[in-house]
Design a protein around this ligand. Structure first.
Ligand SMILES: Cc1cc2nc3c(=O)[nH]c(=O)nc-3n(C[C@H](O)[C@H](O)[C@H](O)COP(=O)(O)OP(=O)(O)OC[C@H]3O[C@@H](n4cnc5c(N)ncnc54)[C@H](O)[C@@H]3O)c2cc1C
Ligand code: FES
Length: 374
């Protein structure tokens, strides 16, 4: 085991052997790791979680996060990795590492998870775009396996049918669980036989889906399938998440039941900020990070605290910048902030003074933060 600083936190990594490596499409490959007996407990995970992989690219070590595509009951860690361009570091991961090689892998983390409810009749809808299918696939396999009464609908968007990953596995699942799982494929750059399935997954498409696919409910004549939706899972680009999360909310799904995972920094709010805050100028900010004390003056409180610290080039930890990943979690030790809606913190953490710097607006002239949580 080794510890490395990743996203501002001391993170434990273990050396795992690549048990299987497979090409999935022209620019996507999968890795499965062998988990030695003594690390089995460390690598237990929940559907929707991810691991961070440390590997060499152009002679330097880099770390990237990848969601599990396997479900917990499969007792293995499998990832699917997209090579966005020949220059992307994932291309080096693909080129430089073979079956039998060792990689540094962190213990599973992440909160894109659901509470399992094996005895309930639930309706769960998933929206995934491209490589965003990875955590949704893990969830869907897990729910099909653990919740015999839950029905699932997957809306999977891709540019074209050519680059679509997991088509065989998804179709096999839809066949095996044909009374509980329905999958619909959408293509943005390929004409589909039915124009309904052409285009991106967005608010307009959601309205059509609600009216034409999730309408009549065989199990309840008085309601529609959409009315029965308990949880929504969304994974894709930030813009898609924002559009669909807001559209689901406006179509009646409570925000606490809309879950999303973002693979990249988004720099924007998922839900619009409706409140206005009194202007404060010259906000003094002190913070501790990895044992070092920093202090600075923010010109005002018009922007969120993390974003302002980043403009001033402080090495503060972040990933999504939109309240989803938890990388910027810290404790508010002094002062007052407005913590905007976020997907990450629990009520208990908020009561204990935890905030997300990327979703916090200063409400006092002096703020003291501690990023060293443990
Ligand atoms: C929770 C989570 C789960 C993810 N799951 C998957 C998955 O299942 N499959 C998949 O293919 N991708 C996944 N990603 C995205 C993946 O981690 C990479 O960010 C993405 O693939 C970018 O590819 P690259 O690094 O090869 O490209 P590059 O072109 O090398 O990088 C693209 C840009 O992203 C920046 N960047 C991205 N991540 C980091 C980081 N950790 N540290 C520093 N800079 C970074 C780079 O600096 C660069 O600007 C996930 C990301 C997160 C946060
Ligand atoms: S950077 Fe992701 S929650 Fe703040």
């Amino acid at each position: 085991m080794e510890e490395y600083i990743y996203k501002g936190k001391q993170t434990q990594f273990h050396r795992l052997k690549i048990a299987k490596k497979k090409e999935l499409t022209k620019n996507t490959f999968s890795l499965e790791f062998e988990i030695p007996e003594h690390l089995k407990e460390n690598f237990k995970f929940e559907a929707g979680q991810f691991v961070s992989v440390r590997f060499k690219a152009e002679g330097e070590y880099v770390i990237r996060d990848y969601s599990m595509t396997s479900a917990p009951y499969e007792h293995k860690i499998t990832l699917a990795i997209k090579i966005n361009s020949p220059q992307a570091v994932a291309a080096q991961l693909s080129e430089n590492y073979r079956e039998g090689d060792l990689l540094w892998v962190s213990e599973p983390a992440g909160r894109f998870t659901l509470i399992s409810k094996p005895s309930e009749f639930r309706t769960i809808v998933g929206f995934a775009a491209g490589i965003g299918i990875t955590p949704v696939l893990s969830h869907f396999k897990n729910i099909l396996h653990n919740e015999p009464r839950t029905r699932l609908y997957l809306f999977f968007g891709n540019k074209s049918s050519e680059g679509l990953i997991f088509r065989d596995e998804l179709d096999r699942l839809a066949e095996e669980y044909n009374n509980r799982l329905q999958i619909f494929y959408f293509y943005s750059r390929e004409k589909a036989a039915n124009s309904f399935f052409h285009g991106r997954l967005d608010d307009k498409k959601l309205s059509l889906i609600i009216n034409q696919i999730l309408h009549l409910d065989d199990t309840d004549e008085e309601s529609t399938i959409w009315d029965a939706v308990d949880e929504v899972l969304i994974c894709g680009k930030g813009e898609m998440i924002r559009t669909l999360a807001n559209a689901c909310y406006h179509h009646g799904i409570p925000k606490k039941n809309i879950h999303f995972e973002l693979f990249e920094a988004f720099n924007d709010d998922i839900y619009p900020v409706e409140k206005e805050f009194p202007l404060i100028e010259n906000v003094k900010v002190e913070f501790n990070l990895l044992g070092t004390a920093y202090d600075t003056l923010l010109p005002d409180n018009k922007e969120k605290i993390l974003q302002q610290l980043l403009i001033q080039k402080f090495p503060v930890p972040y990933s999504c910048k939109s309240g989803i990943c938890g990388s910027c979690e810290c404790i508010l030790e002094e002062g007052e902030v407005e913590l905007l809606e976020n997907e990450y913190l629990t009520e208990k953490e908020e009561i204990n003074g935890h905030i997300l710097a990327c979703m916090s607006i200063a409400k006092s002239r002096k703020i003291k933060l501690n990023f060293d949580l443990s």
